[in-house]
Design a protein around this ligand. Structure first.
Ligand SMILES: *Cc1c(COP(=O)(O)O)cnc(C)c1O
Length: 427
């Protein structure tokens, strides 16, 4: 496969951007080699700058549930752009999009739009602290919530109960306000609430943790979390930046039948444009400025072009009952990939989110159960699949995304490529 143009662009980019990229995973460090530069994309496929075509399972890391450049979304964006790129004032599309979010998501009575998932999370953390007057946050090891300081925190070593920074530049005293507990572990959770419950403003979780592989949680674990939150008057925040509008109309909250106090959205809600949102119980959301004392603002928040993309995406999803279809299609892909893997790895899936875990052991539910050999095997597999026109995320711990554009033809191409790649890498 000819990759000269991508490689030349990458050399230029490395003179200008840290590691040649604007977001770290894109640099291919985890799998080796150099990044593929996209030229154009349509549906389930993209063409790189060298003219190679790939079946795309990254799909911009989640937003593109309808595939690349869906005609209705492109048309909505084009029309909106012609009417003005940004107003910095209210526009009709943000009201229409808010109506959908509030109607579809359990317990979401008020919503505010921002421009990224990180921004949404950052605002809910401030809001939870402002509303409760309490300082600490509880998060789970292996959940990712964007790059806000309070959540770039990992579990302290040994018996330390307070978090330590997982990034340089996050002050220790700030990280100590975050309590980190393992997923899938009721006993640790109870202990953390016993110890810190009175000081906790919020517990934040990806109800479907999809940023360290796909660590599917038991419903009873999430219920335990919800009941501990109620008991200690701690706000429950569901980070549905990936799962929101992807796994169901009402996200993971609908799947599990658990209503959080606050929710964060991103990715699908912008249909490929920079949109995030946070929402929840009216009484809590009324603390947001200018109704309440918790400050939050954004020059490009509710941007008319971005709102048009999100609205068009949700309209198509609803009209086509896409969630039901994606579940059926997802199950077919799961079975087909599992047949090829033949026990050499696991396919973990919920709806249109899937993860290949290249180890014969059962798929893990918590972060510290991931075996490092799975990531080593993935490196080789990733390269072998890329050579065969299948583009998986350049990291063993990232999930893959199906869209309504992925076809039976894409599946058979992928199955064939996977069979060959496994022969090359795992034999
Ligand atoms: C992607 C992601 C974020 C951050 O969203 P950005 O738009 O990248 O800032 C937050 N939470 C979860 C669960 C995510 O997957």
């Amino acid at each position: 496969m000819q990759r000269a143009t991508s490689e030349a662009l990458y050399q230029r980019a490395c003179q200008l951007l840290p590691a040649g990229v604007n977001s770290p995973v894109r640099a291919f460090r985890a799998v080796g080699g150099t990044p593929v530069f996209y030229r154009s994309a349509k549906g389930s496929r993209f063409t790189d700058v060298d003219g190679n075509t790939f079946v795309d399972y990254v799909m911009s890391w989640g937003p593109l549930i309808l595939g690349h450049a869906h005609p209705e979304v492109v048309e909505a964006v084009t029309r909106a752009a012609g009417d003005g790129l940004s107003f910095g004032a209210p526009c009709p599309a943000e009201v229409a999009l808010a109506e959908k979010v509030v109607a579809w998501y359990p317990g979401c009575e008020l919503v505010r739009f921002v421009s990224s998932g990180t921004e949404a999370v950052m605002a809910t953390i401030r809001l939870a602290r402002g509303y409760t007057g309490k300082p600490r946050i509880l998060k789970f090891e292996g959940c990712y919530h964007g790059h806000c300081d309070a959540l770039l925190v990992k579990a302290g070593s040994g018996l330390a109960t307070f978090g330590t920074p997982s990034s340089a530049g996050v002050p220790g005293p700030l990280a100590e306000l975050t309590v980190v507990v393992p997923l899938d572990d009721e006993a640790s959770l109870e202990q953390a609430f016993l110890k810190h419950g009175e000081e906790l403003a919020a517990a934040i979780i990806e109800p479907i943790p999809a940023n360290a592989g796909l660590l599917l949680q038991r419903r009873s674990f999430l219920e335990k979390l919800a009941s501990l939150c109620r008991k200690h008057q701690v706000l429950l925040i569901f980070d549905e930046v990936i799962s929101g509008f992807r796994v169901a109309k009402g996200g993971a909250a609908q799947l599990f039948g658990i209503t959080p106090d606050l929710v964060t959205f991103g990715k699908v809600i912008g249909g490929g444009m920079p949109v995030g949102a946070f929402g929840g119980r009216r009484e809590v959301m009324e603390q947001v400025a200018p109704l309440g004392p918790v400050y939050q603002a954004g020059t490009l928040s509710g941007n008319p072009v971005a709102m048009a993309a999100g609205l068009a995406t949700l309209q198509v999803l609803e009209r086509e009952r896409a969630w039901e279809r994606l579940e059926v299609v997802g199950a077919q892909w799961e079975q087909a990939l599992r047949d090829v893997l033949q026990g050499r790895g696991q396919v973990v899936r919920v709806g249109s989110i899937f993860w290949l875990y290249l180890d014969p052991s059962p798929a893990p539910r918590r972060f510290d159960a991931l075996v490092p050999q799975a990531a080593e095997r993935y490196r080789g597999l990733h390269r072998a699949l890329l050579e065969r026109g299948v583009y998986l995320a350049p990291s063993a711990f990232e999930v893959g995304f199906l869209s309504t554009a992925h076809s039976a033809e894409d599946l058979s191409l992928t199955v064939e490529a996977l069979a060959e790649a496994l022969r090359e890498v795992l034999s």
